[in-house]
Every structure is written in C-alpha cells, then in structure tokens.
Design a protein around this ligand. Structure first.
Ligand SMILES: [Zn+2]
Length: 561
C-alpha cells in the first residue's frame, strides 16, 4: 500500500467515465469536501489485513496531528507499479473507510472511474506526507495493536484531560527527556529525567543486593554466533539492529540480556551450592520496533530493563517465583499503582518439546493460583516467549490502555542451547533452569506510566528537584543561600531562585515544575530563623523549624514517599 496524504482547504472531484469493468456503481458523480485530510491510496499486491489496519492508523494519526475531523479516502492507482487486482483494491479501500468512519466523518471517492479533481493544499509541514505500508510481521502488528489499542478521545474535555496526563507533554514541560529525528524512538535523557531513571535503578540495586542478586554488565554488541546459539537469530532477528562489518563479521546489537548472562554462567564450573545464582543487569537494549508503533516512552527502540537471570534447579522453581513475586509487591506497593498478572502460554513458534512446556505451564498456573487465586489472573494463549511460558505484570496508562511492565519467564531451553551445567549433590552434571525476570520492565516505559499516573507530580524521593528556595527580596539572598547549601549538604536536591521577580511569579514557576516543596525566605523568616513552606498541592505553613523540616524530608525520602 502506498498512500499520499494532503491536508486541504477543500477537494472537489467528479467521476467522468468508467476506467475499468469492475468500476463500482455510484450515486453522486460530483462531490466537494471542505477542510479535510485527503488520503490517496494505491493498494498493492500482497496487501493483507495488517496493511489495512496500519493504513487506517496512519491516516488517523495524521488526521489527529493536523486536527481535522474529516477524511477523504481517494483510490488512486498511480502511486504504485504493482497494483492489487481491482476487486481486492476495492475491498481494501472499503475496509479502510469502515475503520476511519468510527472516528471521522469519512468520504470516499468512487473506485474504478476516471475522475477530475481539484484541491487546495494548505502548505504547512504536515500537509503533504507519503507513506509505504508493507505487509508481513502481521501477527506482530496485530499484537501491538491489541496492546496499544487506539485512543478514542472525542470531546475537547477528554482531550484536555488526557493532555494533562500525557507523559510526552510532562516530559517536555519538566525537561525530563526528548527525542530527535536522527534517532527515532530512542530517548535522550535530560538532567532532570536522568535523576528519575538513576533513582529507580539505585532503589532496584539496593533491594536486589539485599536478596543475593549479583550485578553484571556485558558487551552491547555481539557476533551473530551468540544470537544463533540463543535462538534469537531465528526467532527475533527482524527486530534487531544488525551491523555488517564485512569479512563475514556480522554483529547484532544487544536486544536482550539473556545470551550474555548464559555466557557468564558458563564461564566457570558451577555447583548446586551456587544456585540460585541471580545475575542481574541494566544494560541498554535496542530493538527495531516498527516506526508506526513508537509512542513516547511507552514504546521505544532503546531502553534499560531491571533484568536478572536467575539460574536454579528444577526443585527451586516455585520458591524462586515466590521470592520474585514478593519483590513485585514491594516495588509496585511503593508506587501505589494497580497491576494485574497475565499468564502467557506456548506460542506457535516455540523451542523445545511439548512435554517440558506443559510441565512449565502447569508450574506457573499453580504459582498464580496460590498467589492471586484460580481464575483471578488473565491468560494469554500463545503469548509466552519462544523458550518458555511467562507471567506478565500489566498496568494501565492514563487512557486506560494496558501495557506489559514486568515479566517473569521460565526457561528450560536456552540453558540447554548454551550447554550450561552444574554439578549436583551426587556429582552428576545437570542443566540449570533459568528465570528471566524484570520487575519495572523497561524503565523508560515504567517512567512513562508513572508520569501519566501522577500527572508529573513525582513522589519526593524521585523528584528531580525536591526543594526550591525562593527569596522574597534581594535582602534575603544570603539567608536563602545558607538554607539552600544546608539542604544540598544533607543530600537534598535543592535549587535557589534569587531572581529579581515577584514572589508570585517565582511560586508559580516552582508549581509548574511540580516541585514538592517551595520555601519562601523573607525578612520575617530571617529574623525568626524559621521557614515558610509551601508543600505541593497543600496549604502553606509558616514558622516551620528548619531542623524539623530537614528531618521530615530525610525521613520521607528514606520511606520512598
Ligand atoms: Zn532473558
């Protein structure tokens, strides 16, 4: 499918004469549509359902961007050199029209006619775009669409309400992250955002060290041999960034941490006494997601996971899952965000034998039945990883769309592929089982969901700036500086605003930056050695003792408030 999109003041078309036998019968020969997005569509051989959906999505996306409520689907064979057969092409445009009708006033120009047309393009940057939409990866596209769903924001109030939650807007307003066209889907972390990311990782690191996890870091670029061994070359290559360095040296950019963790496990002789061996890491991963599916931080092409590969014996499966689920409860409890579990079973493209799969699936069902109760979790048939079944943790964004966050995957296959062994208590060599697990999931996505859920009002411990000290007049600069430095010395992320603006202006500025505490220092505070504290979203407090304020801050940060 090739499409050409034009945002116009108007389009007028007139059916003149049948161009093909299969031309459809029409009621109106002539039509004029004002202020609309015109989508010229050329159906091509091989276009399938995924192409229809994706074309409609693309048209819909641009219509939203140019803020029009009217769309004209215009069959236009001349964009392609390999057109679909007429009946198939007509069916395709009709289906696209049907999908668009749900959200837009949709017109369609007659199919199979010679038409004259006149239009007036608006000439802004988004007013002319062309796209090629190819079939293939159909299952994946469907899956992605199922997961993303489509925002249906009809009223202006809904649009306004969502925009307050939209993590992309929050990220821009609070200067957390940005994107650049030279790296589509790959976020730049700005200083404020990197604080949030690092704090989440610090917390993860502390809690996992307490539980016997050992952190590693591994090569980000690996020879294709590694991915062949792990099975990813067969099952995942199309989603990887590949570097062909010539002389038969082909490298794959790390898209998942598993193979490298296997290499570390296999680098020395392991005994049953070493198990569970929990090798954790947060290396940056790259995946070539389809450009149409990229969505702020929620679907990106580069991200970090709070990953770990836990090598265990078969007897340790349930106990290890139990320990991991405890971490899930701790982490998700801290953020007060609700979540659900979903079991993913054997996909069509799987590795290994069915008996082992059945055993693994039964183990996970048993664990979930015990944890949340039979029937109280979702089951996604065929959604397991190719190497084993999994338990996913799902959360909603501000639009109510469901996203996969953490995942705990059981794997009997990849350790075999890497010929991993440990020596059991009777001196026999055995293959370990591995649990691949992430709790936050992709940290980028987790931050996106977190921002949407709290509208950018991050908890104190994660806020890039925790306190801002504002001077009432220039006379108070020294006193304000002293307090600011005292806070910094105690590890509080403080900023000083001693600009020569009105206090109302400075307060408003601090509020827009969603800073948890604003301190106003005026003559009164200076004389009495107290603070005027404005907590975010609450009434100001006057005459606050500075030591008590600091003690409360440190206590709340420690408690991850
Ligand atoms: Zn893994």
């Amino acid at each position: 499918m090739k499409i050409l999109l034009t945002h116009v003041d108007y389009i007028e078309y007139e059916a003149k004469k049948k161009a093909i036998e299969a031309a459809e019968n029409i009621e109106h020969e002539k039509e004029r549509v004002e202020e609309c997005l015109v989508a010229f569509c050329s159906s091509e051989e091989g276009d399938d359902e995924s192409v229809i959906q994706k074309t409609a999505d693309e048209i819909s996306k641009v219509a939203r961007q140019v803020n029009t409520k009217t769309v004209v689907v215009y069959p236009f064979v001349h964009l392609t050199s390999k057109p679909a057969k007429p009946q198939a092409a007509l069916d395709t445009v009709k289906k696209i029209e049907e999908i668009l009708k749900k959200d837009y006033e949709t017109h369609r120009a007659p199919f199979g006619w010679y038409k004259s047309f006149e239009l007036k393009s608006k000439g802004h940057p988004l007013s002319e775009l062309s796209r090629e939409i190819v079939p293939g990866k159909q299952a994946e596209i469907k899956k992605v669409q199922q997961k993303i769903g489509k925002p249906t924001l009809r009223s202006e109030a809904q649009v306004e309400e969502y925009s307050e939650h939209d993590h992309r807007r929050i990220g821009k307003d609070l200067e957390l992250f940005m994107f650049h066209e030279t790296a589509p889907g790959i976020p730049y972390w700005l200083p404020n955002g990197l604080i949030v990311l690092n704090k989440l990782i610090d917390f993860w690191r502390e809690e996992h060290a307490k539980r016997g996890y050992k952190e590693i870091a591994a090569p980000l670029v690996n020879k294709s041999d590694l991915w062949v061994t792990s099975g990813h070359w067969d099952h995942y290559k199309e989603n990887m960034f590949i570097a062909d360095m010539g002389d038969n040296e082909i490298y794959g950019v790390k898209a998942m941490n598993c193979p490298n963790a296997m290499i570390v496990f296999g680098s020395k002789t392991r005994s049953y006494k070493d198990l569970p061996l929990r090798l954790s890491d947060t290396d940056v991963l790259h995946r070539y997601e389809l450009s149409g599916t990229l969505s702020g931080l929620l679907r990106v092409r580069a991200f970090r996971q709070d990953d770990s590969h836990n090598f265990i014996t078969e007897d340790q499966i349930e106990d290890e899952y139990e320990r991991i689920l405890e971490i899930v409860e701790l982490f998700y409890g801290i953020f007060g965000m609700s979540y659900k579990f979903r079991l993913g079973t054997r996909p069509d493209s799987f590795m290994g034998d069915i008996e082992t799969w059945n055993k693994a699936e039964a183990s996970l069902r048993k664990i979930l039945d015990a944890k949340v109760g039979s029937g109280k979790y979702l089951v996604a048939e065929k959604d397991g990883a190719f190497y084993g079944p999994k338990i996913d943790i799902l959360m909603n964004d501000a639009l109510g769309r469901e996203w996969q966050m953490g995942t705990i995957q059981l794997d009997f296959q990849i350790p075999k592929k890497f010929n991993l062994k440990y020596v059991d208590s009777s001196g026999e060599e055995r293959t370990p089982v591995v649990i691949h697990r992430v709790i936050y999931g992709a940290l980028e996505r987790f931050i996106g969901i977190l921002l949407e859920n709290c509208k950018g009002n991050l908890p104190l411990w994660l806020s890039p700036v925790q306190v801002k000290v504002l001077t009432l007049t220039d006379r108070n600069i020294d006193a304000a500086e002293k307090i600011h430095k005292q806070l910094l010395k105690n590890g509080i992320r403080s900023e000083l605003d001693s600009r020569n603006n009105t206090i109302q202006y400075k307060i408003r500025d601090g509020e827009l930056c969603k800073i948890p505490y604003l301190l106003v220092i005026g003559d009164k505070e200076e004389e009495s050695n107290t603070l005027a504290v404005r907590p975010r979203g609450a009434k100001p407090q006057f005459g606050v003792n500075p030591e008590e304020f600091l003690a409360k801050l440190l206590k709340d940060i420690e408690a991850k408030k």
